[in-house]
Design a binder for this molecule. Structure first.
Ligand code: MN
Length: 290
């Protein structure tokens, strides 16, 4: 099943180019999105009945949001593909670095606009496959980790290059587009063999398969849960392969994940100012702009 958030905190099931509103399947609770409440107590059986019995709307008629508009945490993997480690001239990979956090308020939905804050810094796309956590997860084993996954999606870990901490460089508002929906494991299948690719303005930039992950989904979730409690609706992103490259004002970025679909966003530098911090010349060395 494919689920997402649309319009003003509505949730729906996506079938082909239609969406069926299932917002009434969750009780209202101020301050928490409907999707997070649905994930915490999912009724996929009732959702399936709704798809059969209710009228649907054309996807084109609604405004898609980030599938989980208010994740409690966004956890991401640094340097989890060998070819990306080499292009960045990084000395350590995920097994040395662990994970980092992105601000939950950096989310963006399909069709949204990445807003570049500065006019004197480099910003890159990072194509990634991500998961949404389905239940509270603490100290889960690698063999049981996938039982804690609510679903899979595509995620763009937008990144400012330079010497600031990762959490800063990746947490600007709009720097975590994901979606366009979350696909439940029964429909998504094996997360260890997922093709995905990214284009900028139609030009191929990144292309890989999750079989090349240094730490796969299960191992990464198990490790994260040995440090922190993961909760329903939290987002865990697995890392990016080689081919990261700059995004600029006016670009259209398309992330295609097999068995999910295409996440498309645009880029704007309207209102950009000079960088406040001076991290330009420090940190990992990105590949030259192409
Ligand atoms: Mn990344």
């Amino acid at each position: 099943m494919r689920l997402t958030t649309f319009d003003d905190d509505r949730i729906g099931v996506v079938t082909d180019n239609h969406i069926t509103d299932i917002s009434d399947l969750v009780e209202p609770s101020p301050g928490v999105s409907r999707m997070r409440r649905f994930i915490a107590a999912p009724r996929l059986d009732l959702a399936a009945v709704a798809v059969r019995e209710r009228p649907s709307r054309l996807l084109a008629e609604v405004e898609l949001r980030a599938p989980v508009p208010d994740p409690g945490a966004i956890v991401a993997a640094p340097v989890n593909y060998q070819d990306h480690r080499e292009e960045m001239k990084e000395t350590g990979d995920v097994s040395a670095l662990g994970f980092f956090l992105k601000s939950p308020t950096s989310v963006l939905g399909h069709g949204g606009t990445i807003r570049l804050p500065y006019d004197d810094r480099r910003f890159d796309h990072e194509a990634e496959v991500a998961i949404v956590i389905g239940r509270e997860t603490r100290n889960v084993s690698e063999t049981k980790a996938l039982d804690h996954v609510f679903g899979y999606t595509g995620l763009l870990d937008v990144t400012m290059r330079g010497g600031e901490d990762r959490s800063i460089r990746k947490s600007f508002d709009t720097f975590t587009p994901f979606g366009p929906w979350v696909v439940t494991p029964d429909e998504f299948g094996d997360p260890t063999d997922v093709d995905f690719s990214l284009t900028t303005n139609g030009q191929g930039r990144q292309k890989s398969n999750t079989s090349d992950l240094i730490w796969g989904v299960a191992r990464f979730v198990a490790y994260v849960s040995s440090v922190m409690t993961l909760r329903p609706g939290d987002v865990v992103s697995t890392g990016t392969p080689a081919g990261v490259s700059p995004i600029e004002d006016g670009d259209t970025v398309r992330l295609s994940v097999d068995r999910v679909g295409d996440l498309v966003v645009t880029v704007s530098s309207a209102g950009a100012t000079p960088s406040v911090t001076r991290g330009h010349t420090a940190g990992p060395v990105p590949p030259p702009a192409r």
